[in-house]
Design a protein around this ligand. Structure first.
Ligand code: ATP
Ligand code: MG
Length: 430
């Protein structure tokens, strides 16, 4: 039995020391999404189980063994914590008829849940940022997504350690032809198949190519290639994507084994991969899924998108030494004495009115101990208020890391002094 007073295995607390990197990352992402005209969609974390079964596919790792599914005791319905974002996004788009006036560029972010074996880069609650462009047949949107992601790696300082792998899954007919060949091929090597593969041989042979079992690598490497079955339309689409990448100077590797772990993809699929995170090297993955909107009950609409794993990207940022800007206050406000404490509340509000970030010392203590805290907080200035200052409506400003001399002045003058040295938070970039 797990200890009920500890966090659930594979689900992490995000501590204040780690939060600045997340916020830095999220700030960059928000600006980047705006730059491409994407708008946010927030959906519930819980959905009906049937949605994921229909969207992701019954014979996939996620649906077969990774979903947090339970029966809602109040009404007996099967519910699932979302394992990914695309299914919910498409459901919401259909439910609210968002495509009534044309294509939509959307993004979402938040926790996803998969019951996997926890290890570095693989958690049971993890976070994704995802993009979906619905109602566009491409390939211009496929290219946009690849250009977008390439730009993001630059913004995050990761451009040198992530590379692009690309493939095309073609249309339904190509896949049907390929499927027959694949089944025949695997049947002749049935003794080499693992349990998962045997089970999938007839239900979803394409998924066998997605295996993580090293013992099957050779077999999978030599399997018939979907790429060889692509029809003209699919090839033209793929060529256009490659041409777009070449024009933008984005390097890529064609990986004919790249099939993605979900059923809904067709045409372009891609993964951005790093070799700095061990086996959990895929930091972003996506592609085109033209059939999904109709499959989930909507009017047919083409679509493409991608999702990135936030934990893996942040691990990579730490690994290459990208640091978030320090998360420190402008002013640490020291106050000793009753009148000082009252005046300090007022002074802190006045400073905040002027746009500064202020930590007001709480819990009392001597000047000396409070000064230690001020220093340890990383704040740029200490503002010191004793009963003496409080009576005179004055404060002492002491630079800790900022410019200037220590001086005792009226509160209003202190605000002006700070303004000369520190830009108000409201004018600073996050
Ligand atoms: P993998 O092959 O590593 O299992 P996946 O194909 O299951 O990945 P997707 O469903 O494509 O992953 O999800 C997109 C991204 O989300 C992945 O590329 C990865 O960065 C991240 N991700 C997926 N599962 C996890 C997890 N359990 N913990 C942390 N990040 C994850
Ligand atoms: Mg997986």
């Amino acid at each position: 039995m797990s200890n009920p007073l500890r966090a659930v295995r594979g689900m992490n607390d995000l501590l204040p020391t780690d939060a600045p990197l997340w916020q830095y990352f999220e700030g960059i992402l928000r600006a980047w999404l705006k730059a491409y005209g994407y708008r946010e969609l927030r959906t519930p974390i819980l959905e009906h189980t049937g949605l994921f079964k229909r969207a992701i596919g019954e014979v996939t790792d996620i649906v077969e063994k990774e979903m947090y599914t339970f029966v809602d005791e109040l009404n007996g319905e099967s519910m699932t914590l979302r394992p990914e974002g695309t299914a919910s996004c498409v459901r919401a788009v259909i439910e609210h008829n968002l495509l009534f006036d044309g294509g939509k560029r959307l993004w979402y972010a938040g926790p996803m849940f998969r019951h996997e074996r926890p290890q570095k880069g693989r958690y049971r609650q993890f976070h994704q940022f995802g993009i979906e462009a619905l109602g566009y047949a491409g390939p211009d949107l496929d290219i946009e997504h690849l250009l977008m992601t390439a730009r993001l790696w630059k913004l995050l300082g990761l451009a040198d350690c992530i590379h692009l792998e690309l493939n095309s899954l073609g249309g339904a007919e190509s896949r049907a032809r390929h499927r027959e060949k694949l089944i025949a091929y695997f049947q002749t090597h049935e003794a080499l198949l693992d349990e998962d593969a045997k089970r999938r041989l007839h239900s979803n042979p394409l998924r066998i190519l997605d295996t993580k079992n090293p013992a099957m690598r050779e077999l999978v490497e030599a399997a018939p290639r979907l790429m060889d079955e692509l029809d003209e339309t699919a090839l033209a689409h793929f060529e256009a994507v490659k041409t777009g990448l070449d024009a933008a100077g984005i390097a890529y590797t064609i990986n004919p084994r790249l099939v993605r772990g979900l059923d809904y993809y067709n045409y372009t699929v891609f993964e951005w991969v790093t070799d700095r995170l061990g086996a959990q090297g895929t930091v972003c993955a996506g592609g085109r899924y033209d059939g999904l909107v109709q499959q989930l009950g909507g009017k047919a609409a083409p679509a493409c998108g991608f999702a990135m794993g936030v934990e893996r990207l942040l691990a990579l940022m730490l690994d290459v030494g990208v640091a978030a800007p320090a998360d420190v206050a402008d002013v640490y406000l020291i106050n000793v004495g009753e009148a000082a404490s009252r005046f300090a509340q007022q002074a802190a509000e006045t400073l905040r009115d002027a746009g500064f970030n202020v930590v007001l010392h709480g819990g009392g203590g001597s000047f000396k101990s409070q000064m230690k805290k001020a220093d340890a907080s990383g704040a740029r200035y200490a503002m010191i208020i004793g009963d003496d200052e409080a009576a005179a409506g004055e404060v002492t400003i002491k630079p800790l890391r900022g410019e200037g001399e220590q001086q005792r002045v009226a509160l209003a003058a202190a605000v002006d002094l700070l303004k000369a040295f520190v830009a108000p938070a409201s004018s600073r970039q996050l």
